[in-house]
Design a protein around this ligand. Structure first.
Ligand SMILES: NC(=O)c1ccc[n+]([C@@H]2O[C@H](COP(=O)([O-])OP(=O)(O)OC[C@H]3O[C@@H](n4cnc5c(N)ncnc54)[C@H](OP(=O)(O)O)[C@@H]3O)[C@@H](O)[C@H]2O)c1
Length: 323
């Protein structure tokens, strides 16, 4: 949850697609008749359930869980934003066909989710994960369109004896690449802020900068994001930003040092009380997304024969502390 504020709009929020002009009821009827869903979400965690619950009533959504048992638990009901929600959940082997698939598993589960997505014979597969997962997704997924957007929507999951509860943790914006107009339209109809971003590559790099600076430090120091703005953490935060910037600029990030620092500080400030997802993963003994975030940055740097010692150090430390 170290998400960056979205860059300024380059296109109206509402996009047009054939899907937009038919009612939810008629889409549901067509879906029931064909067995094919207009939209599926792979990964019924915090964000997947948040999106699915918001989309209920707009379009039938197939929610694909890790396995059939997890899908059955979801069908029995889960609490999202204080309300009961009974999703149309499936295990990967029972996943129905779907026009559009959103991938919201953690980065380490991308390859498995991509294989599931391929079997759903979609028009397009869209990752809204943190880190750079687009290439991995493309490598394992056969679909006419496979790409990565970004989202600054926030949600967290509370696991309890009586099932999971998902709480939204801040309204954000979802940017999707050109070609995914239909997905943006559905999200907008669900009351979420979403738009097509022709400059999606830039948005991904800006988000990578923010995540690579905030996430590992929050996890290593076990502090909420806002604490990184104060000594002694601040010097490390700014070091990570300054060190990453030349590599990200060479990839196309159009931010000078002052703007890059300001962007990271603004996100740390806006999410001051949030615990970054990497911190939550580490506290829960789960694998983190360090490889899709800092690892991706280090691979970019290696391609340019650039060393990033501070990022290499935090990568090593986070990996050493993972289960
Ligand atoms: N949460 C946020 O506020 C937020 C904001 C922006 C971006 N993101 C990004 O969105 C992605 C998802 O985050 P999250 O917080 O929603 O994670 P999460 O709560 O851990 O949810 C991931 C879900 O995917 C399931 N899963 C794992 N492998 C699967 C597979 N092969 N097939 C189907 N489902 C599978 C997990 O099942 P188990 O429960 O069995 O592990 C879990 O339900 C991450 O990349 C994250 O960085 C999150």
């Amino acid at each position: 949850m170290t998400e960056s504020p979205a860059p300024p709009a380059t296109q109206p929020r509402s996009t047009s697609s054939p899907t937009a002009h038919v009612s939810a009821r008629s889409v549901a009827a067509a879906c029931a008749a064909s067995g094919r869903f207009a939209l599926a979400i792979i990964g019924p965690g915090a964000l997947g359930l948040h999106f699915a619950a918001r989309l209920e009533g707009v379009v039938p959504v197939a929610l694909i869980a890790r396995d059939a048992a997890a899908a059955a638990r979801l069908r029995a009901g889960v609490e999202v934003d204080g309300r009961g929600f009974r999703p149309q959940a499936f295990g990967p082997e029972q996943a129905p066909e779907a026009d559009w698939v959103i991938v919201l598993v953690k980065a380490g589960d991308t390859a498995t989710a991509a294989a599931t997505a391929s079997r759903m014979r979609p028009l397009g597969v869209l990752s809204l994960q943190n880190g750079l997962t687009g290439e991995l997704l493309r490598a394992h997924c056969a679909a006419p369109r496979v790409d990565q957007g970004i989202t600054t929507e926030g949600a967290y999951r509370e696991r309890g004896d009586r099932g999971d509860r998902v709480h939204p943790s801040g309204a954000g914006e979802t940017l999707v690449p050109p070609g995914f107009e239909a997905v943006a339209e559905l999200l907008v109809r669900a009351g979420l802020r979403a738009r097509v971003a022709p400059d999606i590559a830039h948005a991904r790099l800006a988000k990578l900068l923010v995540n690579a600076a905030i996430n590992p430090l929050a996890a290593l120091f076990r502090v909420p994001n806002g604490a990184l703005l104060d000594p002694p953490h601040r010097v490390l935060l700014d070091t990570l930003v300054r060190e990453a910037l030349p590599v990200l600029r060479a990839q196309g990030l159009d931010l000078d040092e002052a703007a890059a620092l300001a962007r990271v500080h603004a996100v740390a400030h806006a999410t001051a009380t949030n615990r970054a997802s990497m911190l939550q993963d580490m506290l829960a003994g789960r694998r983190t997304e360090i490889d899709a975030i800092t690892g991706a940055l280090l691979r970019m740097a290696a391609d340019r024969a650039v060393d990033l010692p501070a990022h290499r150090a935090v990568h090593t430390l986070v990996c050493a502390l993972e289960p």
